[in-house]
Write a protein that binds this ligand. Sequence first.
Ligand code: PEP
Ligand code: MG
Length: 596
Amino acid sequence: MVTVAGTATSRGFVSGPVFLYVGDRDAALPEYRLPAEKVGAELARYREARAETRRQLEGVVTDVAARVTSTEADIFKNHLVILEDEVIIASIEKLIREERLNVEAAMRRVVDGFRKSFERMNDPYLRERARDLDDVERRMLRVLTGRAETALSQIKSPVIVVADDLTPSETVSLPRRYILGFATNRGSATSHVALLARAMGIPAVTGLGDITSRVKAGDHVLLDGTNGAVTVNADRETREQFARLIWRERELMAALEESRQQPCQGMQVKLLANVQPGIPFGSLAAFGAEGMGLYRSEYLWLGGTDEPTENEQTIAYTEAVKAVAALGPDARVVFRALDIGGDKMVRGAKAKEANPFLGNRSIRFLLSRRDVFRAQLRAILKASACGRAALMYPMVATIEELRQANAELIRAMEQLRMAGIPFDDHLPVGCMIEIPSAALNADIFAKEVSFFSIGTNDLVQYTMAADRGNEQVSYLYQPTNPAVIQLVDRTAQAAKRAGIPCAVCGESASDPILSVLWASLGVTELSMSASYIPVIRKTLRSVPPADGEALAGEVRALCATAGAADIYAHVKAFMRARVPDLEELQSFFAPVGADR
Ligand code: PEP
Ligand code: MG
């Protein structure tokens, strides 16, 4: 028996036989020098293989768009872009022509060079995109060498897939109903397999190092996606313990489901899902999401090599508004306008800024690039004709920015009206509160918007002047600092006075303790990764509204004297008295990985 620790990527406990998938990336490739007279034929072989790969990819795009989602199909559209990349093609042809290398060897050399540059990038999301390059290379090599399609599509019974890492092509070729779990050597929270596993609710552990060399096909493994561990050929005692964990998890799930069915006596808060293009929306209803409270549109830009066109955006947004109808008659998608800059850079973005988090981010970027802004607004408006949608602006610091953004919206509406294109002309427009200046001026903003959505991830960073991604200052990342609490309180009270809803859509919404704190201060909606909704629902339902009001009074008083840790401990003690199994629920269902 051996237990290997890795990264908890998609929670849950599962046991089953191993399907060991050894990709063909490391297979030995033919490498030889061509006689001069064969160079022309080799160039032709390369071009024919590229044409065949293009045909295959076009087929995959159509198939995936029909079977999965159009945003997943975009991954393969990007593969087409990589396949036709002029620099890559010229470099490969140069090696064939000048060094007389065979195609396979020339391609491996060029792709290795590009892969290294991707892997050196700081942004984990971009680093992960080296997998797309691998995927295109593998597909080309299969065409060149005549090797069969990946073995993953041959899976015919329930298995735990153990692999080095999976490319997007491999992931979409999986017969999903037979996949119990994933265990991979590599991969991160933003790898394709991680996103897919979380979206489908399949347990997964990534970053296991050399798990592929520690198991054989057919070995029995216990996979703990909640704590990030895989045990191979466990002894009887360990298996029994694990079986008890599986049962306990099922009991807790059943209890969560039951609490969902019962009439709510506790705090009334709408629970919404944070979503992003590229992830299937199918599981949102099972978690009980009442809508999509934050649609992170920037992922359409981050995932691709080019900016998404207005038409591509319209298709993606329409898909979301159609899917949201399954969550209830009032359910809607809150589209957040492009939140780019800071830690999320578009490929090929110009001018490096010394202080990107304080720079040309989000609404500032959009107001400086009206062409991009207007195209996005038109795409959201067009989608709004097909279902319930709302729009919100990120990173608004001043009332003038809000007014300028709304003026653009009116212009976009006029353009569509002139063209006879339908849209919802009562589209609700809200504003994110994630900068202290907006929170302090919440009364002014509340008169001009239909809702607020507090982005605590940024509000904490800007209040505390502590970079949200910098480990060295993470001790200052304090959602319960009295300064942050007062800003949330002020915003929620301004919303209440104006009669508009006030949401929290930062990660703090999925912390049971903080969810109760925000609700007690008057926050009316919480938006989070859908899988955390059941625990948050049970937690909120355990607090009678009158107790919530008392808690708000206690916390307001504490803000005059206490620090963040004491306030958190105070709310936790309050919760422990009402939800005795709070800690156990957290240990089974606490957020694993990041939701983006
Ligand atoms: C936030 O800042 O809390 C938020 C939801 O936005 P993001 O994390 O995408 O910046
Ligand atoms: Mg933010």
